[in-house]
Design a protein around this ligand. Structure first.
Ligand code: AMP
Ligand code: MG
Length: 406
């Protein structure tokens, strides 16, 4: 048996990020930038007002014997328009937030610090002295022309999209999204819409994995259920080879009808690992032709947990992410874990915050067929290998799948 970490390393060592493509900016959320982005212009592109107020010369705001300066108002500048008029000594212009600063002005005073007559817009009184540069956003203050604003390998989220739009990047070069084939296996598996028949169960893994693959950032395609025959597997795999990754569930154990490994050996290469973990000991990894294949165990909880530990990091590596794993935190396990297993145990748990600490409560019966143990779980508490238990109130490491809402 090998450790989870060793299996992860061996698997990821064979995986390279996918090729880059150029796509419309709006499609880029969640993907990884494949080039540095350099600004072609200053941002802001021109000096402009940070407030609604009056553009003026700061020297004209000086008070004489405590009396506010009175300036002649010579016009109005709205955002989006440029004026040819210049500010001369003793004059001011009404200016709106984002409007370009007129020539001659070196400051803006906000409207709240002025007084004017609503029936006579030809003058304004300035109630406070201001310094040069007051309420002015200088050209290039945010981004300088030629500056690198984002570097290759950055993950593109909504805020990055905003900055890319700002610098005019209508199209961006990104690592393309992996297309992932999902194959369920087993003669006992029927589709979700069908009535149960003797000996049959519904295909939960196919749907669970489809959603998990999508959430990991890849594009899933469920290819249905392969029967436990070599012909059926060959047929589904021939379809699956159009993809960047194949994820199977079931058929990788040591049973008589566990044929996935056999087909991998026939059509590619296989590494089959017994991993020192629970749930999910048997895991196959290799290739069908050139396409990597991750063979997850069939038990739904095992499939779910091994996807988190192996499938998600694999997809993130294909996507070009630098950070492949979820964060680990220390949690206090309120109810403890009394079950002993020689393998490392990933216990589904609900973690919440309490007085600045993370407190975990396990989600009940942890058998690998107890699908309801996945419900309400936002973390996997790690009980180290070697038959350890956790007493109530003991601390452990946990993989956070989602942060508590509080
Ligand atoms: P296997 O590894 O193929 O022996 O499957 C192990 C267990 O997982 C068996 O009880 C299967 O019935 C169950 N199983 C396999 N595939 C699925 C699936 N797609 N959905 C739900 N349960 C499954
Ligand atoms: Mg099976």
């Amino acid at each position: 048996m090998i450790s989870v970490e060793e299996a992860q390393e061996r698997m990821l060592a064979t995986i390279q990020p996918l090729p880059a493509i150029t796509i419309a900016l709006a499609e880029a959320a969640g993907l990884v930038l494949a080039e540095d982005v350099v600004a072609k212009e200053d941002l802001p592109p021109f000096a402009n007002s940070a407030m609604d107020g009056y553009a003026l010369r700061s020297v004209d705001t000086r008070m004489e014997h405590g009396r506010p300066a009175r300036l002649r108002v010579i016009g109005t500048i709205a955002a989006g328009y440029v004026t040819e008029q210049a500010i001369e000594p003793g004059t001011a212009m009404r200016i709106m937030t984002g409007a370009p600063l007129p020539r001659g002005a070196d400051a803006v005073i906000q409207i709240e610090l002025t007084r004017s007559d609503p029936t006579d817009s030809s003058w304004v009184e300035i109630l406070q002295e201001v310094a040069p540069g007051n309420n002015i956003r200088a050209a290039g203050e945010d981004i300088r022309r030629g500056q690198r604003v984002l570097s290759q390998g950055s993950e593109i989220g909504p805020w990055e999209i905003g900055v890319l739009a700002t610098v005019g990047q209508a199209r961006v070069k990104v690592i393309r999204r992996p297309r992932v084939a999902i194959v369920s296996t087993g003669d006992e598996i029927i589709d979700v819409g069908e009535p149960l028949q003797p000996g049959k169960i519904r295909n939960s893994n196919g749907y669970l994995l489809e959603a998990a693959v999508r959430r990991a950032g890849a594009e899933p395609q469920r290819l249905g259920v392969a029967r436990d025959t070599e012909e059926s597997l060959r047929q589904v795999f021939s379809q699956a080879m159009q993809h960047d990754l194949i994820i199977t569930s079931g058929g990788v154990s040591v049973g008589e009808f566990d044929l996935v490994k056999r087909i991998m050996n026939e059509q590619g290469v296989i590494d089959f690992w017994q991993i020192n973990m629970r749930p999910g000991k048997p895991l196959a990894f290799g290739r069908i032709g050139q396409v990597p294949l991750l063979g997850l165990p069939g038990n739904p909880v095992s499939a779910a947990v091994t996807f988190e530990l192996f499938g998600r990091p694999l997809i993130r590596k294909l996507l070009g992410h630098r950070r492949l794993y979820r964060p680990l935190v220390e949690v206090t396990v309120e109810d403890g874990v009394s079950e002993r297993t020689p393998r490392r145990h990933y216990v589904r748990a609900q973690v919440r915050r309490e007085q600045g600490r993370f407190v975990a409560r396990t989600t009940g019966h942890q058998g690998s067929h107890i699908t309801t143990s996945l419900l309400n779980a936002n973390a996997l508490v790690i009980v180290p290998e070697g038959g350890k238990i956790l007493k109530p109130g003991e601390t452990a490491q946990a993989i956070m799948l989602d942060w508590p809402e509080e």
